[in-house]
Design a protein around this ligand. Structure first.
Ligand SMILES: *Cc1c(COP(=O)(O)O)cnc(C)c1O
Length: 294
């Protein structure tokens, strides 16, 4: 039996820059769900793992870059629940902290060049079409099962928030949050902060997954140069926040989201006393790959 017991803590964050602006900031601490099965990736895997099990599949096959939180999450979850696991990794054969942990959890890594990597269903077909035990999981865990799992972020909440912020890569987690809210008839304002450059296309990706048309805000100007790119302002923000609160935020997703909240607050987008929730989606293991920057 696969059991999942997330119920991550929901807590108020005391950080002076927000206090000075009259904003009450809260985190849904999905970063605490598991040290390696990064917050939202665990939620995104849940219904995939259950479906694989129902179908009698024993081998998870998935895709990701060399610093992918999704690969690490899949490797750790597969080990925990007794699945075999293989990943197609984008780019030349290298080793780093994330891939080393994937291997330790027993994941088989197949490095493929960037061109070949683009066509994932072709790659899967080529290697696994004859393997009745293999189960395909999309890059980043994206898709319907993943969205379903992310709705539970909302059903776990104990309080109402005026605004809910979440980082977006594929937008699946944000879509789950929007659907979770509409299922409960809650009308918090949703903000997706996009972690990559030219993120306007995500509106379409998110809308495709929605149960009903919903208005939300897509913030596309907080990418700091692009996916996994950083700038001194962002690094200094991470250092200041972490040393002031004892809570880690990662430079790829959550730091950019929190920076966006602070920037919007400083431009008077919120009323005094507004309650803002950020989903802390995790991703902290990747911080080690940036150790020179701190
Ligand atoms: C993958 C990831 C995201 C983005 O999730 P999507 O569902 O792809 O939008 C956000 N935060 C962290 C820490 C992640 O690892």
């Amino acid at each position: 039996m696969l059991t999942f017991d997330f119920n991550s803590p929901e807590e108020e964050i005391f950080y002076n820059p927000f206090r000075d602006l009259g904003i009450r900031l809260f985190f849904k601490r999905d970063d605490l769900i598991h040290p390696f099965i990064s917050g939202n990736k665990w939620r995104k895997l849940k219904y995939n793992l259950l479906k694989a099990q129902q179908q009698g599949k024993t081998h998870l096959v998935t895709f990701g870059g060399a610093y992918s939180n999704h690969l690490l999450a899949t490797a750790a979850a597969a080990a925990k629940f007794n699945f075999k696991t293989t990943a197609f990794v984008r780019g030349e054969n290298i080793n780093n902290e994330v891939l080393a942990m994937c291997k330790l959890f027993g994941m088989q890594l197949n490095f493929v060049d960037r061109e070949t990597y683009k066509n994932k269903s072709q790659l899967y077909k080529q290697h696994f079409s004859n393997d009745a035990l293999a189960y395909f999981i999309a890059e980043g865990g994206a898709g319907y099962e993943a969205e379903l799992g992310c709705r539970e972020i909302i059903s776990e909440l104990n309080s109402y928030y005026d605004h809910i912020f979440c980082s977006a890569g594929t937008g699946t987690t944000v879509a789950g949050i929007i659907n979770g809210l509409s299922q409960q008839n809650l009308n918090s304002q949703i903000h997706a902060v996009v972690a990559l450059k030219n993120g306007d296309f995500l509106k379409h990706e998110i809308d495709k997954l929605l149960l009903k048309p919903t208005t939300y805000q897509l913030h596309t100007h907080y990418h700091f140069g692009g996916y996994a790119k950083t700038q001194a302002t962002l690094i200094n923000f991470i250092k200041d926040f972490t040393s002031a609160t004892g809570i880690l935020i990662d430079p790829v997703y959550t730091a950019k989201t929190l920076y966006a909240i602070l920037d919007l607050a400083s431009k008077n987008n919120f009323l005094n006393g507004t309650k803002i929730l950020m989903i802390h989606t995790g991703g902290l293991f990747g911080l080690l790959g940036m150790k020179e920057k701190f």
